[in-house]
Design a protein around this ligand. Structure first.
Ligand code: B12
Ligand SMILES: *[C@@H]1O[C@H](CO)[C@@H](O)[C@H](O)[C@H]1NC(C)=O
Ligand SMILES: *[C@@H]1O[C@H](CO)[C@@H](O)[C@H](O)[C@H]1NC(C)=O
Ligand SMILES: *[C@@H]1O[C@H](CO)[C@@H](O)[C@H](O)[C@H]1NC(C)=O
Ligand SMILES: *[C@@H]1O[C@H](CO)[C@@H](O)[C@H](O)[C@H]1NC(C)=O
Ligand SMILES: *[C@@H]1O[C@H](CO)[C@@H](O)[C@H](O)[C@H]1NC(C)=O
Length: 421
């Protein structure tokens, strides 16, 4: 405790002497820019175009060194479309769209639609929900986005309330059990913004706690959390060098690991590419208020080789066990063995089981930016009110990809499990 207080004071003081982040940032060099172009191509020309575009794609394009004027225009129009639906957007969705508008130099749109006020209202509803039901309407990742947008766009907020909301005591209740690096990283970015505007010792100690949790999730292979949270974790660590020691994290190693994953197709979903790209450019979401607003003509060479698709069809078949479990009410535990072509994704297994027995294995999905989200299995709907979801597992391990992406292997023990979050 004493050490952490001292460290937070040191961080607090350092901040005054070195307001800009020192040279902790590492970024892809010119040679590696080719890899980044392939990530950009993934975002600009997705394999499966989505009806709605995620604003994080526009943010990533704006923070990238290379630019593509035409794609930026297209995505900006889509973000403007999203804003038309501002009433039904969740707080975090609104915040992310506002951040994208800011990166695209559209302060007037933010102003004309009174988006800052809208966000303040939505954020207040999240806080009210925590006060009354103990949980936000959405999740802490979205709360982080809300605070980040309110801070960067000069909204009104109370530093001391935010300090409480993101205190270790409060956050432990919601994310402590299973710390989400993504959520921790977005929270660090948000708190860092707040701390730079209104330095506050309690915010400093929250940052210290979160940075420590993030660093504890550093893996042998240099990812932080998992490969999909690593880019956001890098952003958080870029802006907080005064909160950890030089030897605690080797940025170059993590960068190399992520770059090596690009040709393997790890980031073949546009949103996965969009979340990882800023860090590879040495940028963070705190930079998006000072993106150059001069129009830069440019066109990305999208014949850049894109990462390979996983080998899908083969005429070898494999067999896997598939199980449906309700771990909350403990009243369902059904399993079957199904055969699917080698290279199939989890969803294929679910479909095969459903064909075999609709009553036991029937399911529903919803298309999202991350691919199909499983909403219901065996007639049981997951519910954000009850904070339940259908968790995907293989051999007892919770998956780090969705049903549309995870490729199964012969003999796998696959499971969908109704769980709490
Ligand atoms: C919060 C969260 C959840 C919550 C969402 C519900 C809620 N209301 O909070 C819960 C706990 C239910 C969840 C579940 C899962 N998640 Co999740 N989730 C997140 C997180 C931390 C934030 C999402 C968010 O709020 N974004 C901001 C808002 C504004 O955007 P949004 O589009 O409205 O967000 C929605 C979607 O993202 C969707 N969603 C969340 N997770 C997933 C995962 C998949 C595969 C799909 C299709 C949709 C989806 O729910 C969000 C809220 O409504 C992200 C982290 C990240 N980097 O994005 C991971 C993340 C998206 N999830 C991930 C994963 C792997 C899962 C699971 C597959 C885990 C599992 N083993 O079961 C399941 C989904 C299973 C299913 N039923 O299909 C990965 C996806 C990686 C990938 N390449 O596919 C991420 C990136 C985390 C990570 N680093 O591993 N998740
Ligand atoms: C927020 O306020 C600062 C300082 O007053 C100003 O420089 C900046 O342009 C404002 N940002 C936005 C998005 O309005
Ligand atoms: C685009 O990239 C491809 C592959 O790297 C290359 O062969 C081609 O000459 C490039 N085209 C232009 C116009 O630069
Ligand atoms: C598919 O099976 C046929 C007959 O069993 C075999 O001749 C062929 O080589 C196989 N193709 C592949 C791609 O494995
Ligand atoms: C479901 O049943 C199997 C076999 O009958 C058992 O091994 C497993 O532990 C059960 N799972 C749960 C969550 O009850
Ligand atoms: C929430 O849980 C309760 C009790 O388990 C259940 O009766 C109810 O149907 C659930 N609500 C939703 C929307 O699923």
């Amino acid at each position: 405790m004493r050490v952490s207080q001292r460290l937070s004071l040191v961080g607090f003081l350092l901040f005054f002497f070195f307001p800009a982040h020192p040279c902790e940032i590492c970024e892809a060099d010119d040679e590696q820019q080719a890899s980044l172009a392939s990530l950009m191509a993934t975002m600009i020309e997705p394999e499966q175009p989505f009806p709605e575009v995620d604003p994080s794609i526009l943010i990533a394009l704006k923070l990238a060194r290379q630019n593509d004027e035409k794609a930026e225009k297209t995505f900006l129009n889509q973000v403007k479309q999203n804003i038309m639906q501002r009433e039904i957007l969740t707080s975090g969705q609104l915040a992310l769209n506002m951040l994208a508008l800011t990166a695209a130099c559209q302060k007037d749109v933010v102003h004309d639609y009174k988006l800052v006020k809208k966000l303040e209202e939505k954020f207040q509803k999240e806080v009210d929900s925590i006060d009354t039901s103990g949980h936000p309407l959405t999740n802490y990742y979205e709360l982080g986005l809300d605070v980040l947008a309110l801070c960067l766009l000069n909204g009104t907020y109370s530093s001391s309330k935010i300090a409480k909301l993101f205190s270790a005591e409060q956050m432990k209740i919601y994310i402590g059990g299973r710390f989400s690096v993504d959520t921790g990283a977005i929270s660090v970015l948000a708190l860092t913004c707040v701390n730079r505007q209104n330095p506050d010792e309690m915010i400093g100690s929250n940052i210290l706690w979160l940075v420590d949790k993030i660093l504890k999730e550093k893996k042998q292979d240099d990812t932080i959390g998992n490969i999909y949270s690593t880019g956001e974790a890098m952003q958080a660590l870029f802006v907080t060098p005064e909160y950890y020691e030089e030897g605690d994290w080797d940025c170059k190693k993590t960068l190399k690991k992520v770059l090596n994953q690009i040709p393997q197709g790890t980031f073949r979903l546009p949103i996965a590419a969009a979340q990882v790209l800023p860090a590879l450019e040495g940028k963070t979401y705190l930079d998006l208020t000072h993106v150059s607003c001069q129009s830069l003509p440019g066109h990305l060479n999208t014949s850049t080789p894109k990462p390979a698709e996983p080998t899908h069809q083969s005429n070898e078949t494999i067999s896997v066990t598939y199980r449906v479990v309700d771990s909350i009410n403990n009243n369902i535990n059904e399993s079957t063995i199904v055969s699917v072509p080698e290279g199939s994704v989890f969803l294929k297994v679910m479909e095969a089981a459903q064909t075999e027995n609709k009553a036991k294995f029937g399911f529903k999905i919803k298309q999202t930016q991350w691919g199909p989200y499983v909403t219901s299995v065996h007639g049981i709907e997951a519910s954000s009110k009850n904070r339940t979801y259908w968790e995907l597992l293989s051999n007892g391990q919770s998956l780090t990809e969705g049903a549309g992406s995870f490729v199964v292997s012969d003999g796998d023990n696959l499971e969908v499990r109704l769980s709490k979050y």
